[in-house]
Design a protein around this ligand. Structure first.
Ligand code: TMP
Length: 213
């Protein structure tokens, strides 16, 4: 089973992924946690290029193709082999991030990026995508607090440095995209406590597991 987590910064995706991993392992599943960009060895190099504040001059199309390159490598080297080995794969971001950020955020055509994603994923779409939804004012505040707590450098923050209007467009884009794929994408309200969010997520995932995916 392949599950992806999506949402703007500060929705608590990594906390929720860690909690779901524990829950699935308690049910006897073997779980691989991964992320985009950067889930493969080559992807880790691309992540540095993509997120470094030094690269503010990265052209929008170049940025797009680097995310797609990262995704192709991630699918073929990490995700597909883990699924074939019978693991559950949890990915912090995947193809919908490109639609939300590069299309709705930067103004490219969502349908065209969907086509490019189709090439990048090579037929491997998630069984389920959990969209953690939060007001960007709250999400960004949480992300900034986390970065300073973890002593992260500004180099981690090319997207955190974008305007509030950008993050609002990304959020609305995610919601519009979730309405287009209601079977695969589920919206999870993410302003509550980590425990409340985790129980909503467990309920969604376990009902899917019982349905035999
Ligand atoms: P994160 O790992 O802290 O979430 O940072 C990844 C950043 O990259 C985040 O701001 C969203 C952005 N991103 C895109 O713009 N397009 C993509 O396709 C992906 C995977 C991430």
């Amino acid at each position: 089973m392949f599950i992806t987590f999506e949402g703007i910064e500060g929705t608590g995706k990594s906390t929720q992924i860690a909690l779901l991993k524990e829950r699935l392992e308690a049910l006897g599943k073997r779980v691989l946690v991964t992320l985009e960009p950067g889930g493969s060895r080559i992807g880790a190099e691309l992540r540095r290029v993509l997120l470094s504040l030094e690269n503010r001059d990265l052209a929008p199309q170049a940025e797009l193709f680097l995310y797609l390159a990262d995704r192709s490598q991630h699918v073929s080297q990490v995700i597909r082999p883990a699924l074939e080995a019978g693991m559950v794969v949890l990915s912090d971001r995947f193809a919908d991030s490109t639609v939300a950020y590069q299309a709705y955020g930067r103004g490219m055509d969502p349908e065209m990026l969907h086509e490019l994603n189709t090439i990048a994923v090579g037929g491997l779409w998630p069984d389920m995508t959990l969209l953690l939804d939060i007001d960007p004012e709250l999400g960004l505040r949480r992300a900034t607090e986390r970065n300073s707590r973890e002593g992260k450098t500004v180099a981690e923050g090319r997207f955190e440095a974008e305007s509030m209007a950008f993050h609002q467009r990304v959020r609305q884009g995610y919601l519009a995209w979730a309405a287009r794929f209601p079977e695969r994408m589920r919206v999870v309200e993410a302003s509550g406590t980590p425990e409340d969010i985790a129980s909503s997520i467990s309920a969604l995932v376990e009902s899917r597991l019982h349905a035999g995916v």
